[in-house]
Design a protein around this ligand. Structure first.
Ligand SMILES: [Zn+2]
Ligand SMILES: [Zn+2]
Length: 287
């Protein structure tokens, strides 16, 4: 009986003490004394399982990518709209801050002696004040970076690709005042009749608004693009967002700093409520 026990104990010890040996064979397959058939078989089967696991993981990843891709892709327009709203908020703060230092006027409405550009001399044969980039550059200190003038959703229907400017200098790489940038770096219109007395008047917004009159005359002395929906007239149904930027939607910034995301009906309403304030819809566009 004791002998049997001892024999059993020794066989257990042997098994236990062999365990590290069998592990060492993973590192060195050529090490071969004391062959344990079961252990040897476990090596190829373990490798096969690993390969199977790898295939499962790869298939799962492929499936997840296939499922998630359309979701990620469809989130892009939404992300663009949010980025655009943030841009407009910043632009609103910039003009508001500038105006609060200049009698609550926007730069194009007051003279150079008062800090504005109403009587700014023409650039080489051209009326530089009609350029939307010029008006934005007037509040460059308040804007911080010209990046806020570029809307990530603004990818269609421009004369050339949107060029995101990164500084306010004239350097060819990202300088807003360089000829390659300027209006090419701007996604937004400026509303010339945005004034403090009319908080809802449109100061800025997505550029994809159809204009109905080019070179309209304006009391601001800037020839501008107009939307014919003046005081007392109903905004025609033909006026709506084009689908160039955020589908047939867009974002509007009013002079009080409010940003609204609206469809075409909302755009007509914004133009209408503005019309009730008596403001003509005279805008400067990047092109
Ligand atoms: Zn936008
Ligand atoms: Zn006007």
């Amino acid at each position: 009986m004791k002998d049997e026990n001892r024999a059993f104990e020794s066989s257990v010890k042997t098994k236990v003490s062999r365990a590290p040996l069998s592990r060492s064979r993973f590192a060195d397959p050529s090490h071969s004394p004391n062959p344990m058939k079961t252990s040897q078989h476990s090596i190829p089967s373990r490798q096969a399982f690993t390969r199977l696991e790898l295939i499962v993981v790869l298939c799962t990843l492929a499936l997840l990518t296939a499922v998630a891709w359309p979701v990620l892709a469809s989130n892009k327009p939404r992300a663009d709209r949010i980025a655009c709203v943030n841009n407009l908020r910043q632009i609103g703060k910039a003009f508001n801050s500038w105006a609060s230092d200049h009698g609550d006027w926007n730069p194009w409405l007051i003279s150079t002696s008062a800090g504005g550009n109403q009587d700014y001399p023409n650039g080489a044969g051209s009326l530089i004040r009609v350029e939307v980039w010029f008006q934005f550059s007037w509040v460059s200190n308040e804007l911080g970076s010209p990046k806020v003038l570029a809307d990530p959703g603004d990818t269609n229907g421009r004369p050339g690709p949107l060029q995101v400017a990164t500084s306010w200098d004239e350097y060819p790489s990202g300088g807003f005042l360089n000829g390659a940038y300027g209006n090419n770096a701007v996604s937004y219109f400026i509303g010339l009749h945005a004034v403090f007395a009319r908080p809802q008047s449109l100061l800025c917004g997505d550029r994809n608004v159809p204009i109905t009159a080019k070179n309209a005359l304006c009391v601001t002395t800037i020839p501008c693009d107009a939307i014919s929906a003046g005081p007392g007239t109903v905004v025609p149904l033909s006026i709506g967002w084009t689908n160039a930027v955020h589908g047939e939607n867009g974002n509007l910034l009013s002079n009080d700093g409010q940003v609204r995301q609206v469809g075409s009906a909302g755009l007509r309403k914004a133009l209408d409520s503005d019309a009730t304030d008596g403001a003509p819809h005279h805008f400067l566009f990047p092109f």
